[in-house]
Design a protein around this ligand. Structure first.
Ligand SMILES: Nc1ncnc2c1ncn2[C@@H]1O[C@H](COP(=O)(O)OP(=O)(O)OP(=O)(O)O)[C@@H](O)[C@H]1O
Ligand SMILES: CC(C)(CO)[C@@H](O)C(=O)NCCC(=O)O
Ligand SMILES: [K+]
Length: 244
């Protein structure tokens, strides 16, 4: 059994795998990390390995507490990844993006793939059919857009996510919802259209905290899987055993 942990910018997500099956899924805050891992390990006593990908500022020490119980694997740029990294600054590429790219290559061999992770930030990652990682884009996520609009203006309120009534916002609130929600959807569909103009065939994987909200609203057909990063961690773990 493998415990996979994704330390994001805002939250931590974890899942226990037996082979390819998910036995349990967990979401928690950074300050609950040690307590939650302890609880998970009490529930799943056959966990032998812990695989972590972290872009957040969590102390490595918090995981090392469990060193006696588990083999701990901290993914870094030094690990073997199943693609050729063509990013101009490979050392600054987010480990979460590398894990998503690896998962796309392992789950969808020999085809072009676009991975969209709609989390705190939205990331776009493109890996072509020759398994070359080309890069993509980073933009603010849905929640971040609401917060930024409020934090950097004098008059704009902090609103909760709401589906806009129309693209023509007829009030301050509706204008904000339209700008953020419609803008977000247009951005993603716009990127997908641009990729389509340049690559004949590719699979699109959508993941991250806003997966379900977005999946219903995009005009393009996508493969929606909010667990894709955790599943990819599990797959990399299998790959890592074979290749490191
Ligand atoms: N319970 C929740 N708490 C926070 N965000 C949530 C929640 N449910 C859905 N979301 C949405 O998920 C987005 C955050 O995504 P996610 O949880 O994947 O981010 P994260 O933990 O920071 O991970 P990453 O850094 O990998 O993006 C927000 O834009 C928000 O709209
Ligand atoms: C873009 C984020 C914040 C998304 O979690 C993360 O992947 C990261 O910190 N990336 C580093 C910059 C880059 O990927 O080029
Ligand atoms: K993200």
């Amino acid at each position: 059994m493998v415990l996979t942990i994704d330390v994001g910018n805002t939250r931590i997500k974890a899942a226990v795998f037996e082979g390819d099956s998910v036995l349990g899924k967990f979401v928690f805050e950074k300050n609950q990390l040690e307590k939650k891992i302890k609880n998970i390990l009490e529930k799943f006593q056959n966990c032998s390995d812990l695989v972590v990908a972290s872009v957040g500022n969590v102390e490595k020490q918090s995981f090392l507490t469990f060193e006696k119980q588990l083999n701990i694997h901290f993914l870094t740029h030094e690990n073997a990844f199943p693609f050729v990294n063509k990013y101009a600054t490979p050392k600054t590429l987010g480990i979460d993006r590398m894990v998503l790219a690896a998962g796309a290559v392992l789950q969808f061999p020999k085809q072009n793939r676009l991975v969209i992770d709609a989390g705190t930030c939205v990331t776009y990652d493109f890996i072509d059919e020759s398994d070359h990682y080309l890069g993509g884009a980073i933009s603010p996520g849905l929640q971040l857009r609401y917060e930024t609009l409020h934090n950097f203006t004098a008059k704009l309120p902090l609103l909760e996510l709401e589906v806009p009534e129309s693209y023509i916002g007829n009030s301050t609130a509706q204008s904000i919802h339209s700008g953020i929600v419609n803008g977000f959807v247009y951005e993603i569909d716009g990127f997908i259209d641009e990729y389509r103009r340049n690559f004949s065939n590719f699979i699109i994987i959508l993941t991250g905290g806003d997966t379900d909200f977005l999946a219903k609203r995009l005009k393009n057909t996508i493969f929606a899987n909010s667990n894709f990063l955790l599943e990819s961690l599990n797959q990399i773990f299998q790959y890592k055993i074979d290749n490191d």
